[in-house]
Structure formats: C-alpha cells, structure tokens
Write a protein that binds this ligand. Structure first.
Ligand code: ADP
Length: 140
C-alpha cells in the first residue's frame, strides 16, 4: 500500500448546514490527513469545467447549478490508499444505498445533494488537485 492524495469537496448542501467540521472529523477518524483546504464559491462555469466528464449526463445542468449555489470546501486528503479510503468513508452516490457510518448515509439529502465529492482514481485525483491547488498550497 502506498501513501497517496485525493481531492475532496464538501458540497453546498453540507456547508450550508454547517457540517464541515463533522465531515472533517469523519475523514480524520478514518486515517485521512487534510493537507490542504480552502472554502470557495464556484461559478456555474467553473463547476461545469470541473464536472466536464459528466457534460452529456441528464443531470449536468442541475449539478453545475447546485455546486455554485453556496460555498464549497475543497481539500486534499492524504493517507494509505487515500482514493479508495475516501470513497469508503463517503459511501454510495445515492444516500438510500449508502452504508451505515458513511458521510452520505449520515448527511446526504438526495442523490444530487449528497454532501461530498471524492476523486475516483489516482489519475483523476492528480488532475482534480491541480484544478484547485498550486503546489505551494499542499502542506504535508
Ligand atoms: P460520485 O460523486 O459518487 O463519484 P458520479 O460521479 O456518478 O458519483 O456523479 C457525480 C455527482 O453527480 C454525484 O455525486 C451527484 O452529486 C450527481 N449525480 C449523480 N447522479 C445523479 C442523478 N441521477 N441525479 C442528480 N444528480 C446526480
């Protein structure tokens, strides 16, 4: 197993409900270290650029509007197998299918407003981290 980094976003539904600390505690309790973090407000265009891979999906417009509807907290999590570990802690995309003890089971409102984003591969993590952070902002 290798130490790696992944890109996490605490989404607008969660920041609006003041859940940043509660979600960060779940990440830290799972052995993930927050090595970079900032609270930003995305424009719909920036959200669209980030989620460009989903541009053909029917929910793309809704997703971009949601991600720009309130501030988000973007963060880099580091740890052993961080990409997979974070996906475990997040839980299934649809909160109705998310396991007990996961962020989405605890906090997600719907399949769209599901509280967190996490990179789905090490390759995408590198791309997504570079989208939001410069090297100087990553403090391991
Ligand atoms: P994940 O975030 O679990 O990797 P996906 O990559 O499939 O899931 O989808 C990206 C995001 O798009 C989801 O987290 C969710 O916010 C939104 N989304 C996915 N499926 C739907 C859907 N059927 N309706 C509305 N929004 C959706």
């Amino acid at each position: 197993m290798a130490v790696e980094r992944t890109l996490s976003i605490i989404k607008p539904d969660a920041t609006a409900r003041n859940l940043t600390g509660a979600i960060n505690k779940m990440f830290e309790d799972a052995g993930l270290r927050i090595v970079a973090q900032k609270r930003i407000q995305l424009t719909p265009a920036q959200a669209g650029q980030f989620y460009a891979v989903h541009a053909e999906r029917p929910f793309y417009g809704e997703l971009c509007d949601f991600m720009a509807s309130a501030p988000v907290v973007v963060q880099v999590l580091e740890g052993e197998s961080a990409v997979a570990r974070n996906r475990e802690v997040m839980g299934a995309t649809n909160p109705a299918e998310a396991a007990e003890g996961t962020v989405r089971k605890a906090f997600a409102l719907s399949i769209g407003e599901n509280s967190v984003h996490g990179s789905d591969s090490a390759e995408n993590a590198a791309i997504e981290i570079a989208f939001f952070f410069s090297g100087l902002e990553l403090v391991g």
